[in-house]
Design a protein around this ligand. Structure first.
Ligand SMILES: [Ca+2]
Ligand SMILES: [Ca+2]
Ligand SMILES: [Ca+2]
Length: 209
């Protein structure tokens, strides 16, 4: 019976590690919350969680398809514009990640995108990249120390001509345990479950329950 309680206690100690893994601070990071009909696009001043300055071009299967789901955005709407979201959450180390591509069939001076987080120096992606026959989605990711509140802003910074880079699946997630640690935890959990099953079986048969 002592082993039985020992096993239960060990599982309870492991459980909170799983519960606290991977919180995403970004609302509507894949732009799927606002309905956009297949094969259509529109300009919006806001999308769920985001505000445009002045607007955001939401597209569904127009000039390329989404990296994730059906929708993605372009920030050179009629001219270069920006999108922002205020991130609020528990301070800590977070990973910012997003997917971007040059717009298909465009020149190399028109797609540049930049982002800033909490007033950081702007980081530019797609510098001088022209578009191919379809999207060529690439990932950007970096770790940031988050102090509990930060403004995340993306801007079109290439030639302002209504054609610009595509953006999808933006996330800001709390760092999760290393895969090796997860593997070890899973093996530990499995062994504890087996012990628990064996111990409780023995307990029940011993007490004829
Ligand atoms: Ca999407
Ligand atoms: Ca546009
Ligand atoms: Ca442009």
């Amino acid at each position: 019976m002592k082993n039985f309680y020992k096993s239960v206690m060990s599982i309870l100690l492991v459980a909170p590690i799983y519960a606290s893994a991977a919180v995403d601070l970004v609302t509507n990071g894949s732009f799927e919350a606002d309905l956009q009909d297949n094969g259509s696009w529109n300009l919006y001043s806001t999308l769920l969680g985001w505000s445009g300055a002045p607007d955001i071009e939401l597209r569904n299967n127009v000039a390329g398809s989404a990296f994730d789901g059906s929708n993605f955005i372009e920030l050179d709407t009629n001219s270069n514009s920006s999108i922002s979201q205020l991130l609020i959450g528990t301070p800590g180390l977070y990973q910012l990640s997003f997917w971007f591509s040059a717009r298909p069939g465009t020149a190399s001076d028109t797609n540049d995108l930049s982002f800033t987080l909490d007033g950081s120096a702007p980081v530019t992606v797609l510098t001088g990249v022209g578009g191919g026959s379809d999207h060529n989605w690439q990932n950007y990711s970096a770790l940031f120390n988050f102090d509990g509140e930060a403004l995340l802003t993306f801007s079109a910074v290439g030639r302002s001509d209504s054609l610009g880079g595509s953006l999808d699946m933006i996330s800001m997630t709390s760092t999760i345990p290393e895969p090796k640690t997860v593997e070890m935890l899973l093996v530990g959990f499995l062994l504890l479950s087996l012990t628990l099953r064996r111990t409780s079986k023995a307990y029940f048969s011993r007490n004829k329950l």
